[in-house]
Design a protein around this ligand. Structure first.
Ligand code: HEM
Length: 266
């Protein structure tokens, strides 16, 4: 005869059911739980290096910028008369405003520096080579977007430094061949730097560029998961080493991958 479970066992069983029920519900309808489990438990090379945490560090810096930015947006007023006073209010009067603003301002530099360090690691490890070229290209777009975010954010305090730095930045862009004058006009939102420029920079800084960065990061991470992480250059499996075996022909899609240098017979 089956043993009657103890009260502790019954309690444990109930707890498990309470946790599993919503997870099973979600998994059955979306497959999300399996997806997250795959993401967290996927295999990475055994010789993965600390330098390979720089991408995640960059992601963390971006998330800090996003969170502190949303808080700042609750108090910031993007008009020429109100912008600077609202910044003073955030710094001097809003509870912990000085901290949130400081984190956002310094965090911007941290984000850019980490992005360059991560890019340097990818370069030194040869991780931009086949089949990760597309992820490098997405990375370059992320770098451009990251710097645009810094440039557009710099004007928002609307003080002398912000104003004149933007004059220099827009004039520099204006010297680019062909597109330069159009770009300068687009950034200014008119002939002069004024209220129109501030509104434009605010919209780019709050909506357009972060939206693009979030989309690009999603693609970037999708490719990191799909292609796997590269081994360091001193490993036998380092990026760019020729594969000995023919890739499986079972993976017939738009392209049929063949070993590089193998001639590409079908
Ligand atoms: C917002 C900026 C960025 C974020 C959040 C980000 C995030 C990440 C993460 C989490 C990884 C996997 C872990 C790692 O290798 O560190 C990764 C890999 C990679 N990233 Fe980035 N990245 C950014 C910018 C860039 C830039 C600027 C480049 C190059 C121009 C780049 C190129 C790559 C490449 C090629 C890989 C694959 C590396 C490998 O498989 O070893 N990323 N990125």
């Amino acid at each position: 005869m089956a043993r009657t479970p103890t009260r502790a066992e019954v309690r444990k069983q109930r707890m498990q059911q309470a946790v599993n029920f919503p997870l099973d519900w979600l998994e059955e309808r979306s497959g999300l739980v399996g997806g997250v489990r795959y993401f967290l438990l996927r295999k990475v090379p055994g010789d993965t290096n600390w330098m390979q945490t720089l991408g995640s560090a960059t992601l963390t810096a971006f998330l800090v910028q996003a969170i502190t930015g949303v808080i700042l947006a609750m108090y910031y007023k993007p008009t020429p008369t109100d912008a600077y006073p609202s910044i003073v209010n955030i710094t001097d009067h809003v509870t912990m405003g000085w901290l949130v603003r400081g984190m956002h301002r310094w965090g911007a530099s941290v984000f850019i520096i980490l992005m360059f360090l991560h890019m340097g690691r990818v370069f030194l490890f040869g991780a931009y080579k086949y089949p990760r070229e597309l992820n490098w290209i997405i990375g370059v777009l992320l770098l451009v977007m990251g710097m645009t975010e810094g440039f557009t954010g710099y004007l928002l305090p609307w003080d002398q430094t912000a104003y004149w730095a933007t004059v220099v930045g827009i004039n520099l862009n204006g010297t680019a061949p062909f597109l330069g004058p159009w770009l300068a006009q687009f950034l200014r939102g008119g002939q002069d730097i004024g209220g129109e420029t501030l509104t434009r920079f605010y919209s780019l800084h709050m909506l357009v560029v972060p939206g693009a960065i979030i989309g690009l990061i999603t693609l970037h991470l999708y490719l990191v998961i799909r292609l796997g992480v590269t081994s360091p250059p001193w490993s036998k499996e380092a990026a760019g080493t020729e594969r000995a075996d023919e890739p499986s022909t079972a993976r017939a899609g738009l392209t049929r991958p063949v070993t590089r240098g193998a001639g590409g017979s079908d």
